[in-house]
Design a protein around this ligand. Structure first.
Ligand SMILES: [Zn+2]
Length: 189
């Protein structure tokens, strides 16, 4: 479920329809949490879908750490990619703001963090100063430690900011995430 202080906005080219904040969201805010209405589609099932579904899959679903596809039921599907995202998805069923997000600012994540298939390549004109021009699965390895460090930093703020999605997190997910990203951050370099 996406954070309640969000809405869809038409921002024109190149962003199109974007998911934007309606209120400021401080760093450390959980912006999305997995919930029981999200559909989990095994990769084998997705591969059997008619070609007509191809672009829908790439645009609206994402792959989890198990390789399954997850299709969010709500406006989460409209979160755009940025090569300098303000949100990062974690391995614990939630996504977190890694810097302060202003009202009307689009919520973004890096699609390379969503376990793209090897042959997937998304052209990018996100406008970020560090825009890579394209997004592929090969971006994951060189960027992952940067994401880990930003999540660990954001988690250190999480207990002191409003968290309307906190009831959706699994028991212990918070502490497990803190411990995991502390280790991953310290293994950097
Ligand atoms: Zn870009």
């Amino acid at each position: 479920m996406i954070h309640p202080d969000t809405t869809l906005a038409a921002l024109g080219d190149p962003l199109g329809i974007a998911l934007v904040a309606t209120q400021p969201m401080p760093k450390g805010t959980v912006v999305w949490a997995q919930d029981e209405l999200d559909r989990v589609l095994p990769a084998a099932q997705v591969e059997r879908l008619p070609a007509l579904f191809g672009q829908l899959r790439i645009r609206f679903a994402y792959r989890d750490t198990q390789g399954d596809y997850r299709l969010p039921w709500d406006d989460t599907r409209f979160m755009n990619h940025s090569c300098e995202p303000n949100c990062v998805v974690t391995a614990f069923g939630f996504e977190i703001a890694v810097r302060d997000i202003a009202a009307r600012e689009p919520l973004t994540n890096d699609y390379a963090s969503l376990h793209l298939e090897d042959d997937e390549r998304i052209e990018c004109a996100c406008g970020a100063p560090r825009c890579r021009g394209s997004v592929t699965s090969r971006d994951f390895a060189p960027l992952s430690h940067e994401w880990y460090a930003s999540v660990r930093d954001a988690l250190s703020h999480a207990a002191s900011v409003p968290q309307p999605l906190r009831p959706l997190l699994a028991a212990g997910a918070w502490d497990a995430a803190l411990a995991y990203y502390d280790v991953m951050r310290r293994s950097d370099g």
